[in-house]
Design a protein around this ligand. Structure first.
Ligand code: DGL
Length: 258
């Protein structure tokens, strides 16, 4: 069997990872993708870290046994909780995680005030603390846990009065002092970028890690000679809720223009 034709498994706690899948497809359109969203158990980001780790293992294990050449954990929360163990469990596969794009923000806004919007799990674990330490000498970094936001995306609400009110409540405490950049440290949040931008004003640059993750995936596939040389790829969307509605919302989000 030609390993290049094996699929790339893209996983998230729900629909957020579609923001990463979209970028993967854009830069590697000839690949075969399987997207797995665990919306039945979303949100992950308000759970104990051990629980997130176990949910992640359980969600992907069956597919990892079936000819998958790479796993992209398109979820900051699951990456935080499980990436080291995933790499140990699947030493023969390429395993890519995501992390808040703090490096990019620090480069773009030297000395700036950078707000990092993410889940509680992502912001409280040592992985993020280490990342923050790397850049806190040169940037003012403000972590902002955002409970409740994932649920809006999971229900397809990308711009409603309720969403705006909820976002305003989250952002209000960090607005004084000005914001140079916002890092979207949860893969659900890029779908809310236009609303967030309209609430914080045009001077704040809003960044996410989708492009960096897609590039890193391509680099690793290339290094191992695993890029699929085909004109056309394929995408299968799956969700643990198993309902037609969630699959059609997934397909819609994949096409959203931001
Ligand atoms: N999309 C996930 C992330 O990037 C988290 C969503 C959740 O809390 O389930 O962190």
């Amino acid at each position: 069997m030609n390993k290049q034709n094996d699929r790339i498994l893209v996983f998230d706690s729900g629909l957020g990872g579609l923001s990463v899948l979209r970028e993967l497809i854009r830069i590697m359109p000839g690949e075969r993708y399987l997207y797995l969203g665990d919306s039945r158990n979303a949100p992950y980001g308000t759970r104990p870290t051990d629980e997130v780790r176990n949910l992640t293992f359980r969600a992907i294990e069956e597919e990892m046994e079936q000819g998958v050449k790479a796993l992209v954990v398109a979820c900051n929360t699951a990456t935080t909780a499980a990436i080291e163990e995933l790499r140990q469990r699947y030493p023969d596969k390429i395993v890519i995680g995501v992390e808040p794009a703090l490096k990019l923000a620090a480069e773009r806004c030297p000395g700036g005030r950078i707000v990092v919007m993410a889940t509680g799990v992502t912001l409280r674990e040592p992985k993020f603390c280490a990342l923050m330490d790397r850049f806190s000498a040169t940037s003012r970094i403000v972590p902002l846990p955002c409970p409740g936001l994932v649920e809006f995306v999971e229900s397809g609400q990308l711009d409603t009065p309720e969403l705006r009110a909820h976002l305003m409540e989250l952002l209000r405490p960090v607005l004084p002092g000005g914001i140079d950049a916002i890092v979207l440290g949860c893969t659900h949040f890029p779908f809310l970028k236009p609303v967030i931008q309209s609430l914080v004003g045009g001077q704040a640059e809003i960044l996410d890690g989708a492009h960096g993750t897609a590039q890193q995936t391509r680099r690793r596939l290339k290094a191992e000679g695993l890029i699929r040389m085909a004109q056309e790829g394929e995408v299968e969307l799956r969700n643990s809720l198993g309902k037609a509605e969630i699959l059609s919302l997934s397909a819609k989000l994949l096409e959203v223009r931001l």
